[in-house]
Design a protein around this ligand. Sequence first.
Ligand code: SAM
Ligand code: DTB
Ligand code: SF4
Length: 312
Amino acid sequence: MSIRTQYTVEEAKSLFSLPFMDLLYKSHTVHREHFPGNRIQASSLLSIKTGKCPEDCSYCSQSSRYGSHTSVQVTQEEIREKALRAKECGATRFCMGASGRRPDGDDLDFVCESIGIVKELGLETCATLGMLTQDEANRLADAGLDYYNHNVDTSPHYYKNIITTRTFEDRIETIRIVQKAGIRVCSGGILGLGETNDDRIHMLTILANLPVPPQSIPINKLVPIPHTPLQDAPSIDPFDFIRTIALARIMMPTSYIRLSAGRSSMEDTMQALCFFAGANSIFVGDTLLTTSNTKIENDKMLLTRLNLVFEE
Ligand code: SAM
Ligand code: DTB
Ligand code: SF4
C-alpha cells in the first residue's frame, strides 16, 4: 500500500476541523491499518547533563536566563542503574538528554560510550544533545545510536516568540544531518506555548512533508516551569490537544506518536482519548528530564483498566 505523506496546509486544516468524532474515527482507522491495536511503546528519559544552558527556550527549566546557574553531570554507573530501572518499568528505549546548544568538550565521547552501556542491557538508545555537525552525527551512528531527538517545538512562524538564540531552520538542518548519518529521527513539539491551532497544523505539515518523516513524534503538553516566561501560559483546550494527536496519526501513519511531557496533569480519560486518537507511546519512570512524570504504578493501573499492553 502506498503511504501518502505530502499534504498542503489547507488539506491538514480541513482534516483538523472535521467533526471531532469523524476525525477520531478516521485517525483510529489509520492507526489500525499500520499498528496492532492496544499496544503502547514505552521509553524512559535521563538527563545526563542538566542546567546552565545558554539558549533562551521560554519553556525550559535549564536555561541560565531563567535562573539555572549550575550544571550537573551524571556518571556512567548512574546511567547503567537508571537504564536497568527503565527496563524494569517496561521501557524498550532509553533516551539520554543533555542541556546545551550543542555537545561540547568530552560530551560526545561520553555519550558514545554510554550508548554501548545501554545497548548491552538490551534497550534501544536515543539521545537529545542539541545541534550536531555531520561528523558528530556520524560518530553517534557508529556508536550504534538508534534515535536522535530534536524537536521543532512549534510552527516556523511562532518559533521566534519562544526561542531567539536559534532558528526553526537550524532545527530542520540538524534533522537533515541526523538522517544523513542513518539515525532515526524523533521530532515533535510542545502544545500550550500560546500558539494557535494553525501553528500546530503547520508544524505537523512540515514534519509530514520532510523527505523522510520522523519515525517518532513526541507531542508534549507544556509543563509550566516557575520563573520562565511561560510559567503562566494558559493551558490548551483538551479537545484541540486530542485533535492534534489525531492529525499527526493521519499524516504520519507509520510513525510512533508519543504522548510525552504533561501526562501528570492529564486525567486518565484524557490519556485514553489520546491513545484512541493514535498515540501509541509514552515516557515511563519517575522523572522526565527535570520534572516529575506519572508514577509507574499509576501507568500500569491505567494500562490494565484499558486492556492495553506495553510493547516488548
Ligand atoms: N538541549 C537539547 C535541545 O534543546 O535540543 C536537548 C534537551 S531539550 C530539554 C529536549 C526537549 O524537551 C525540548 O526540545 C522541548 O521540546 C522539551 N521540553 C523542554 N522543557 C519542556 C517543558 N517545560 N514542557 C514540555 N516540553 C519541554
Ligand atoms: C520530548 O519531546 N520530551 C522530552 C524528551 N523529548 C527529551 C523532554 C520533556 C521535558 C519536560 C520538562 C522537564 O522535565 O524538564
Ligand atoms: Fe537549553 Fe535545550 Fe532547554 Fe533550550 S530546551 S534551554 S537548548 S536545554
